[in-house]
Design a protein around this ligand. Structure first.
Ligand SMILES: NC(=O)c1ccc[n+]([C@@H]2O[C@H](COP(=O)([O-])OP(=O)(O)OC[C@H]3O[C@@H](n4cnc5c(N)ncnc54)[C@H](OP(=O)(O)O)[C@@H]3O)[C@@H](O)[C@H]2O)c1
Length: 273
């Protein structure tokens, strides 16, 4: 039997999660209820996905067996104060997607032990290709974890990780889509520079990246080997690679992940002090 899922917040990430859950056909829209501060976003979510809606967070908490906190980190404390008594009484499973908010921070805002899951999903949830990292506290049991996996598997893949790795995960899966979009734009710009129409360039580049990523994921062949396979001696690909290596491409990308991880750590410390 599917649990009733409540989602507080109807912003970008919430919409991605709802879209993923509904289009996967694994969740009944009647068993999902979303709340948000402003009504217009809720109306759009209801129109698109036929889920239940309310502007009252407490109504969503009363409805839900599992509640997903999908608001900005600065709003988490206020929401917990608002629904705390209901969560404690119902022993609701609480899932946070807020970047930088730790499990202990969440636990400390409740008066009694609560089941807490901390996740870091990403927006490709919209096309059911999210990557979600999951950490949890000792109150969570195997059945709870199965429920969480069922929700997050409906729109992508998951990895259970120790919480101390959440900052690097925030960089490598939460934020990396931004890096990839920039890379797609740059590849397409290069193609446009050499005469390819822009719309054709975006279609070709995005499909090539999708295909390359699938090959890495599904073949389990080392990316270096796949690179070697398309790099013939004196050929075209090696010219592109040589240019990137000369300009420090790998180092820049590694540094971007390092900086992103550090920023996540800084934000996390600010919220959790
Ligand atoms: N975007 C990403 O790629 C991504 C990836 C991983 C994790 N996250 C995490 O996901 C969370 C949400 O991010 P987002 O990008 O979806 O933000 P967002 O688009 O700003 O959505 C947040 C939503 O929360 C609503 N809200 C604020 N206070 C509320 C309250 N007291 N009661 C009910 N609803 C309230 C806002 O409503 P109004 O607009 O009406 O104020 C807004 O619709 C963040 O904690 C973020 O760290 C995001």
């Amino acid at each position: 039997m599917h649990p009733k899922v409540g989602i507080i917040g109807a912003g970008n990430m919430s919409k991605a999660i709802v879209a993923g859950m509904i289009t996967s056909n694994k969740f009944d829209p009647n068993l999902i209820k979303v709340s948000n501060r402003s009504f217009h976003k809720l109306e759009k979510v209801r129109e698109s996905y036929r889920v239940r809606i309310s502007t009252d967070n407490r109504k969503v908490a009363e409805f839900a067996d599992v509640i997903i906190l999908a608001v900005k980190p600065k709003h988490i404390t206020g929401i917990i104060e608002e629904i705390q008594d209901i969560i404690e009484e119902k022993n609701t499973l609480v899932i946070s997607i807020a970047a930088g908010i730790t499990i202990s921070y969440l636990c400390n805002h409740f008066n009694s032990p609560v089941k807490i899951i901390r996740t870091m999903p990403n927006t490709p949830a919209i096309v059911q290709e999210a990557m979600t990292a999951i950490s949890y506290n000792h109150n969570v049991n195997e059945d709870d974890l199965n429920i969480v996996q069922e929700i997050f598997h409906s729109f992508g893949r998951t990895e259970i990780i120790p919480e101390e790795l959440m900052d690097v995960v925030t960089a490598v899966s939460g934020s990396s889509p931004a890096i990839v979009y920039m890379f797609i734009e740059a590849l397409a710009d290069g193609a446009v520079l050499k005469g390819l129409p822009r719309d054709v360039a975006y279609r070709m580049v995005s499909q090539s990246i999708l295909g390359a990523a699938k090959l890495v994921r599904d073949s389990e062949i080392h990316p270096g080997q796949l690179k070697d396979n398309v790099t013939s001696s004196g050929g075209t690909a090696i010219e592109a690679l040589y240019t990137l290596e000369k300009k420090g491409f790998r180092g820049i990308v590694m540094e971007s992940i390092e900086k992103c991880t550090e920023k996540s750590d800084t934000i996390s410390k600010r919220y959790n002090k």
